[in-house]
Write a protein that binds this ligand. Structure first.
Ligand code: FE2
Ligand code: FE2
Length: 263
């Protein structure tokens, strides 16, 4: 039986991150879930996914915010960039849609953030000033009328059409956070506006409807492994080299299925 490993936020534009990933070995029989933020550079993103496909039995991926940044190409918006990324995945053999493999469902979920986590945390004047530096506001270019809800609409097709009733366990994953309590409380946040730019309650409601046993996520670069309301939520972000130095951790692949001893 294959083991399922999770990683997110590999940000391979950092040489140290690319080096660590390129040295992974011994996973020819395993499944890897890549929960977004590979690179804003599409050729680098493609090279990274192709490299991972060669190292694992199956690789699943869902886009992160950095992956849909449009930095140099005025003709493209973030949705067309995302479609381009999904095409690259298809050609590389990276799975971006749900699949039933070896008696488990693996379900990648599209996600984006809104303010549904932060209803009781309105933005102050300071927050609004600070938020102006948030990179997505500069590098994501949305088509007219785009709403975060549109990302979740993309998941509805398969949530509604797949018969998941007798298929357990279900391992889902997204880039964004499905719950506010997966982020530290406002008082502990360095950037007080964060609850507005990390996730959505829409995501949690889709996870609940799926009946996920385990849900992997990324984006906040704060690693977690907690069970809430019967769902195990796991983040295993590689993050930036400076974050690893600051918080003293080393990159690793985290096994999320089958459950490891003591987890
Ligand atoms: Fe990230
Ligand atoms: Fe992110």
């Amino acid at each position: 039986m294959s083991k399922v490993f999770l990683i997110s936020d590999v940000h391979v534009n950092y040489a140290a991150n690319w080096k660590w990933l390129s040295e992974i070995s011994g996973h020819e029989n395993d499944i890897l879930l890549v929960a977004g933020d590979v690179s804003h550079d599409i050729s680098e993103l493609a090279r990274c996914l192709q490299m991972l496909v060669a190292k694992f039995k199956h690789v699943f991926y869902t886009p992160g915010n950095h992956d849909v940044w449009v930095m140099d190409d005025d003709k493209q918006d973030s949705i067309s960039k995302m479609e381009h990324v999904l095409k690259i995945c298809e050609h590389a053999g990276v799975k971006t849609r749900p699949e039933f493999l070896e008696n488990i469902w693996i379900v990648p979920l599209f996600s984006w953030y809104d303010s549904t986590f932060a209803i009781s945390e309105p933005l102050t004047k300071n927050d609004i000033e600070e938020l102006k530096g948030w990179s997505d506001l500069h590098f994501c270019k949305w088509p007219k009328g785009f709403k975060p809800r549109d990302m979740y609409e993309r998941n509805e097709d398969f949530i509604q059409s797949f018969d998941l009733m007798d298929a357990s366990p279900i391992i889902s994953f997204s880039h964004m956070l499905p719950r506010r309590d997966l982020l530290p409380p406002r008082a502990e946040l360095e950037h007080k506006f964060l609850a507005h730019v990390v996730g959505s309650t829409l995501l949690e409601s889709q996870i609940k409807r799926l009946g996920s046993t385990v849900h992997g996520f990324g984006h906040s670069h704060v690693n977690k492994d907690v069970v809430i309301d019967g769902v195990r939520y796991v983040q295993n972000a590689m993050g930036y080299p400076k974050e690893r130095e600051r918080y003293s951790y080393t990159p690793r692949l985290k096994q999320i299925w089958p459950l490891e001893e003591g987890e």
